[in-house]
Write a protein that binds this ligand. Structure first.
Ligand code: BDP
Length: 697
């Protein structure tokens, strides 16, 4: 992909117009303050403003311990002192106010100033208009992390980026570190602008070459850390549990073996010698062929704690993934249920993990399907730090060929209340403030570990994310990790305003309106033409793209729909099924157990029902399948014609327009393929005709 012009994503110079045309004063020192200064200078150089201290300012960015602030900033600081006291903003928070024609951003630390500057960019002219009352901003979650499933080498089956749909890796090229560090710097800037502060640079499936990043290739990781640091992004590494044997030449990786513990301690010491602000390790163990503590008769707590002990002296953390299941199940054995696996493995270990272990839990119990219930593990580990893992890369949601704006899905997950009462929410559990803390609330500074993690969708593609509109997912993830209460539609507006600069037109609202039409409900549209009612999978084995209803049905992976001539769905009830519903606390265990209360969209995830079962919507299951599949494909046709209006009006850059059109053509083709295969399959299984007489066979 090199040689193509890199699209600026949501921070083109035009997005800096409001800041760049102003007089900016920065009062802070240190590396991050230098970044703030550079950003302000770049913007003002471009738009004709100025950065400096000539006594006249429109925008002041200052640390709260600055002596001799200009009058307006001093009055804002006085109000902040009165309200909460300086020192309460934390390392990343900031306060913003506008009075007397001056916009003031105050922070206790330079990271807060950086985030404050990006906030002003987001506000645009609104930051320089009418007075704004003092407003304090904190991230709700302390760790806002992206995992890159990138390999240095190109894997024969998975390619260079596992489940990557945006070209090759932006970190690794030709068997080593990319020479294009400017691209990494631009990426760090995008991440900082949405508040992401941590990243892993290699795949959770740690192959032989990538394993060496921990030891003899550490210099490459240090080089990446140097590029990311000016934007307050810390580097973490995915490491193999068998590193002591694979890299250290030890006879065992048993986590309780003293030599193994010493190896981790010494290796980690060397990591910190090279990268003093290294974040920690991410571990996928005993899962899909990765080695783990089970191989040594140890628990996952024993495994995680050994790595945690090595990191602890340096303030590092272990993100230990709860994605542990047996991918060699017997499909005839209904007592096994992949959905149960994480809870079965981890719930009993609550309270056994070291303080710097963060259990990283996929948001659903299976694997990033279009629709899953929230994982019961999130409610089962009150004495464990948890991070919730989302998938920005669209493995099961159209692989960046289909438009699928995931903000609404994540927002639903984050707002879910695992105990039924109005709080705490999943977001509050992930922020580490939920348990036993009545005062837990978004906006409060997190008191503990934990966080939000997502699998990145970025590669070396000129549009960063393959589908240009998939940038919005990266944007929304960062913003929701900062504040899970943000409205996904509003986030889309933010992204639109920062990304597109519409040419003057008779209809200035057209761009925004069209993008909303195309993107707002695109997750539900995708859901409507793919696997129905929460049943999941039905995708082509291996690639996970396109329909294959029975592709996984008789395989050991444990992802079944159990469709036969009479009905469909997985019975996960306590009464007659796998007992999975019992992993939830009340009220959800009862809500999901009962056919009467189980939400329609999750019906087939929890129950096996006849095709004639009547949903809450009043339709039968099979008629719902037909209707949603016809409607879904029609919606895609509409999305395509709506987009064409934009392109025809010249409102988006020609290269973006061309890429989006090409993807929408493929989405149309694929949606029709899904519609036809699913409808025909269920017609043939059930023998029930479509009530509206449409062609289904
Ligand atoms: C699945 C992917 C697989 C990943 C795995 C994981 O298909 O490539 O390795 O998740 O999260 O969704 O470890």
């Amino acid at each position: 992909m090199t040689g193509d012009a890199i699209h600026p994503a949501w921070l083109p110079d035009e997005a800096w117009q409001a800041v760049g045309s102003r007089r900016v004063l920065v009062r802070a020192d240190g590396p991050l303050a230098r970044t703030v200064m550079q950003e302000a200078t770049r913007a003002t150089d471009h738009h004709g403003g100025s950065v400096g201290d000539d006594g006249r300012f429109d925008l002041v960015l200052a640390l709260t311990d600055t002596v001799g602030l200009p009058d307006t900033a001093a009055s804002v600081l006085a109000e902040l002192d009165y309200r909460s006291g300086r020192g309460t903003l934390g390392t990343e928070g900031f306060a913003l106010a506008r009075r007397g024609g001056v916009t003031v951003v105050l922070a206790d630390g330079t990271a807060g100033l950086l985030y404050g500057l990006f906030h002003v960019v987001r506000l645009g002219e609104a930051a320089f208009g009418a007075a704004l009352p003092l407003d304090v901003h904190h991230p709700v979650t302390a760790r806002r992390m992206l995992n890159h499933w990138d390999n240095i080498d190109t894997h024969p089956v998975m390619g260079q980026v596992e489940r990557g749909y945006s070209g090759g890796s932006i970190f690794w090229r030709d068997g080593g570190l990319t020479p294009d560090l400017d691209r990494i710097r631009a990426y760090a800037r995008l991440l900082a602008s949405v508040g992401v502060n941590a990243i892993t640079v290699n795949n959770v499936n740690v192959h032989a070459t990538e394993a060496h990043l921990l030891t003899d290739r550490l210099g490459d990781v240090a080089a990446l850390a140097d590029v990311l640091r000016p934007y307050h992004v810390r580097v973490h590494l995915s490491v193999g549990f068998n590193s002591p044997t694979a890299l250290g030449g030890l006879p065992t990786a048993d986590p309780l073996d003293p030599d193994v513990r010493a190896w981790w301690a010494e290796t980690t010491r060397q990591v910190y010698a090279a990268i003093p602000d290294f974040g920690g390790y991410v571990v996928k163990a005993d899962s899909e062929g990765q080695p783990g503590p089970f191989g040594y008769g140890r628990t996952h707590a024993e495994g995680a704690n050994t790595l945690a002990a090595a990191l602890e002296p340096f303030g590092g953390v272990v993100h230990w993934r709860a994605f542990v299941y047996d991918h060699r199940q017997d499909w005839r054995d209904r007592s096994t249920d992949r959905a149960r696996a994480a809870h079965d493995h981890f719930a009993a270990l609550d309270g056994h993990f070291a303080g710097n272990v963060i259990l990283q839990v996929k948001h659903g119990p299976i694997d990033f399907q279009t629709r899953e219930p929230v994982s019961p593990v999130i409610a089962a580990m009150p004495s464990t730090h948890l991070a919730v893992e989302l998938q920005v890369t669209q493995e099961y949601t159209g692989q960046q060929r289909h438009v699928c704006y995931l903000g609404p899905m994540w927002s639903e997950v984050l707002a879910f209340t695992p105990w039924g009462a109005t709080r705490p929410t999943v977001a509050e559990v992930a922020s580490g403030v939920a348990h036993g803390d009545e005062r837990a609330a978004p906006g409060r500074r997190p008191s503990g570990q934990g966080g939000l993690v997502a699998v990145s969708n970025v590669g070396d593609d000129p549009f960063w994310t393959g589908h240009p509109l998939a940038q919005a997912n990266l944007y929304a993830f960062g913003r929701l990790a900062w504040n899970p209460l943000l409205d996904p539609a509003t986030l889309l507006d933010e992204w639109i305003d920062l990304t597109f600069t519409p040419a003057a037109t008779a209809d200035p609202g057209l761009l925004r309106r069209t993008l909303h039409e195309v993107m707002d409900g695109s997750w539900q549209v995708y859901e409507s033409y793919t696997a129905p009612l929460g049943v999941g999978f039905m995708v082509r084995p291996g690639s996970h793209y396109g329909p294959d209803v029975d592709g996984y049905e008789y395989t050991p992976w444990g992802t079944y729909h159990f469709a036969d001539r009479d009905g469909i769905g997985v019975d996960r009830t306590r009464a007659t099924g796998t007992g999975y519903t019992g992993q939830y606390p009340k009220p959800w265990s009862d809500v999901y157990e009962s056919l009467a209360s189980c939400p329609d969209e999750l019906l087939l995830f929890f129950h096996h029902v006849p095709y004639t079962h009547v949903l809450h919507s009043g339709k039968t299951v099979v008629q719902h399948i037909y209707d949603t599949h016809f409607a879904g494909a029609e919606r895609v046709a509409l999305m395509r014609s709506n987009w064409a209006r934009l392109g025809d009006a010249g409102l988006v850059a020609p290269d973006v327009d061309a890429r989006v059109r090409e993807r929408l053509d493929e989405q149309m083709r694929c949606a029709q393929e899904w519609r036809d295969q699913i409808n025909t399959y269920f017609y043939r299984k059930s023998g029930i005709l479509d009530a509206h007489g449409r062609r289904i066979h």
